[in-house]
Ligand binder design. Structure first.
Ligand code: RAM
Length: 354
């Protein structure tokens, strides 16, 4: 039931030469050649031959690997016959458009996308919908009118508040801080940063904290490392850095860990425990947060199947079952929340393996 590599190569072959050279496409078999489990829904209308395509922000991102691991496993369990993963190697605004177009031409039944830019993907997604595909945004939303549902890892404001709380605790509630983000267009990053800025301004507990810079490492390890270095040069009094991206926090930790700032300049944000473990143990980082990335992929795959089968339309109040993760409800704004964030520190980080 897998899409043969040749078929996939054909899809990539439709791209421009430049993009094809820069892009990487993966294909994964989601079916075992037998009737997928759960293919007979209560109404008897569950599709057994459906294809799902995941389009992450970028492929060369360890966070993405964990999300897609959960997504592909859940796609099989939900009853998709085939699961594809395609996407760009860098997370620039329009980098996903060619992939959406190719998947539309190939006739995929569901596109699950983490948008690099809320606007840039919209007309391509509209064409996919016209061709019959269901659209699930996850991790980073599109404009709401361009998708059927958004699977959000955590309530966006809570993601922001946990990071302002952690940095405040780590710098003793006073001093200059900076934010080292991913790309400047990313919907998720910008929403979290907006809530952080609002909180820093309005919460009296944070009146002595001053946000002096926002910089962008583009979810590129080398650029994030350089931005961290640049922040320290430009702001010698910096007390702390919030990096709400797994790529940014790991690169910043690596920079700080061998610098004179280790243990003096605080670093928190959103990180993968497996990437941050050594920096927590060596004292570069004391606490950071994240959710379970695999669950984000899982809930997105089950939502996509429910949309393809027509058991939900994406309307507020629609409910679907996300396998072992249980029943989920579509909330205001067409959003499904996956789960609460976890805070990691030296006492619990060895309990997690992602
Ligand atoms: C990076 C990406 C992703 C974000 C995580 C926390 O890997 O920017 O979109 O959700 O960090």
């Amino acid at each position: 039931m897998s899409i043969p590599r040749t078929t996939h190569t054909k899809r990539v072959g439709a791209l421009t030469a430049t993009l094809a050279a820069a892009a990487l496409a993966l294909s994964a078999c989601a079916g075992g050649g037998t009737t997928p489990a759960g293919s007979e829904g209560a109404s008897g209308s569950a599709k057994t031959d459906a294809t799902i395509t995941f389009i992450p922000k970028q492929l060369n991102n360890p966070y993405t690997d964990v999300v897609l691991g959960g997504g592909k496993t859940a796609a099989t369990a939900a009853g998709f016959a085939t699961a594809n993963v395609v996407g760009p190697l860098e997370a620039s605004a329009s980098s996903q458009v060619t992939f959406i177009n190719a998947e539309t031409q190939a006739g995929t039944n569901a596109i699950v996308i983490a948008a690099n830019d809320p606007d840039a993907v919209c007309s391509a997604l509209d064409e996919a919908r016209t061709a019959g595909a269901k659209i699930v945004a996850f991790d980073s939303d599109t404009n709401p009118e361009c998708r059927d549902v958004f699977i959000s890892q955590v309530v966006a404001k809570d993601v922001a508040l946990i990071q302002t709380k952690l940095i405040s605790e780590q710098i003793g509630g006073a001093g200059e801080i900076a934010i080292l983000s991913a790309t400047a267009n990313a919907t998720n990053q910008n929403e979290w940063i907006k809530f952080m800025e609002e909180e820093l301004k309005s919460n009296p507990d944070y009146k002595d904290i001053k946000l002096v810079a926002k910089v962008y490492g583009d979810d590129d390890d080398a650029k994030s490392f350089q931005e961290a270095q640049g922040l320290m040069q430009a702001h010698p009094n910096l007390k702390g850095i919030i990096s709400p991206t797994t790529v940014g926090i790991a690169a910043t930790a690596r920079y700080l860990s061998t610098s004179q700032y280790k243990g003096k300049v605080a670093l928190t944000g959103l990180g993968l425990p497996n990437e941050m473990r050594s920096f927590v143990k060596d004292g570069t980082v004391s606490e950071f947060a994240l959710w379970d990335p695999a669950q984000l992929g899982e809930v997105a795959a089950y939502a996509a199947k429910a949309l393809v089968d027509g058991t939900i339309t994406g309307a507020v109040g629609d409910k679907f079952t996300a396998g072992d993760l249980g029943e989920r409800t579509i909330e205001d704004g067409g959003i499904v929340i996956v789960g609460p964030p976890t805070v990691f520190n030296k006492d619990n980080i060895d309990d997690y393996d992602f």
